[in-house]
Write a new protein. Structure first.
Length: 331
């Protein structure tokens, strides 16, 4: 088996909270990326291969803990990056979720030509007692996520205007996601003008739909390397409608308003989408869960088996076998 080619990183900054790696210093353009929330920090740097393919310098900010980029080390790390890149370098910052917050905050300290932020949530660092909890566990983060304006007073790095007044900031978000939507307006008020990308029914992990569609690299190339927003938008829209992802999320939103008939409605929606677009793990897994909740174990087992054949993930095979046993016991 061929080993994956590793990038020849150099370490630019290595602190208690942040590590910055880079390669290709000296190029006229640079891609500066930020890691998102990680189960076991630090996560790998984001999109180094994309930067290399585009002939750009790559600067990868890694969070050594899940601090939401709320650390006093951020200005110092950005200053080191500025020294490396020089005043004339065309800089793009990018991140998703917690990484998007880093991309926004860094533009306060690092003169940035463009920011591409996917569902940013600029809030204070998490309570260290809850650091191992999921990022969007509403019981843990209810106050800071539900009341982002009030939370700004407790931020180590508050939202401030861009270092460059003409910074082009694109924020991708789901306008129906109640938690993420207020942050878009807040960033505009505190930082500067933004280009809103309302991508309906995409949820918090906005770009995961592109990964499912197999066009993530095409999208990020147009957005981050070529700077062609029109082409990037079209790629996203085409992927959502071609695969039925838009209908799935719209349907699930409507079904959620009628809790009493939720399982049967989920099955009906999933069967319709499978017939029209083919099997997709997202809705076939939901169909399996709904059938299992209604004790239709044979149908649930068949749906999990289909998930396994589509994705190759062994957990679906195990679930299928478990449901088959439950079905045989009921027979």
């Amino acid at each position: 088996m061929k080993s994956k080619r590793k990038h020849q990183y150099q370490t630019l900054f290595d602190g208690k909270d942040i590590r910055v790696k880079y390669f290709g210093g000296g190029a006229s353009r640079a891609l500066v990326t930020f890691t998102k929330w990680a189960a076991k920090p630090p996560a790998k740097p984001v999109f180094p291969s994309l930067a290399k393919a585009g002939g750009m310098s790559f600067i990868g900010f890694q969070s050594l803990r899940n601090h939401r980029w709320q650390t006093e080390e951020l200005p110092e790390a950005c200053a080191r990056v500025q020294e490396l890149l020089g005043a004339d370098c065309d800089v793009t910052t990018f991140g998703m979720s917690m990484g998007a917050t880093g991309a926004v905050l860094a533009a306060q300290f690092l003169p940035t030509n463009r920011v591409v932020a996917v569902a940013p949530r600029p809030v204070p660092p998490p309570d260290l007692k809850a650091v191992d909890q999921p990022e969007d566990d509403d019981q843990v983060y209810r106050n800071v996520l539900r009341h982002p304006r009030e939370a700004q007073a407790r931020m180590i790095i508050p939202l401030r205007p861009w270092a460059r007044p003409d910074t082009d900031c694109s924020i991708l978000f789901d306008p129906f996601h109640d938690i993420d939507r207020p942050f878009v307006s807040l960033i505009r008020e505190r930082c500067g003008e933004i280009d809103r990308w309302p991508l309906a029914f995409s949820g918090h992990m906005v770009l995961s739909r592109l990964k499912t569609a197999g066009v993530m690299r095409q999208f990020t190339t147009e957005m981050l390397i070529n700077g062609d927003k029109h082409a990037a938008r079209q790629i996203y829209r085409d992927a959502r409608h071609r695969l039925g992802l838009h209908l799935y999320h719209l349907g699930m939103r409507q079904i959620g308003q009628h809790k009493g008939r939720f399982p049967s409605a989920v099955v009906g929606l999933s069967e319709y989408l499978t017939e029209r677009y083919g099997p997709n793990v997202q809705w076939v897994e939901r169909m399996a869960e709904a059938n299992a909740s209604m004790k239709n174990y044979d149908k649930a087992a068949a749906a999990y088996d289909l998930c396994y054949r589509v994705s190759g993930r062994k957990k679906f095979s195990r679930l299928s076998n478990k449901l088959q046993i439950m079905a045989s016991r009921r027979a």
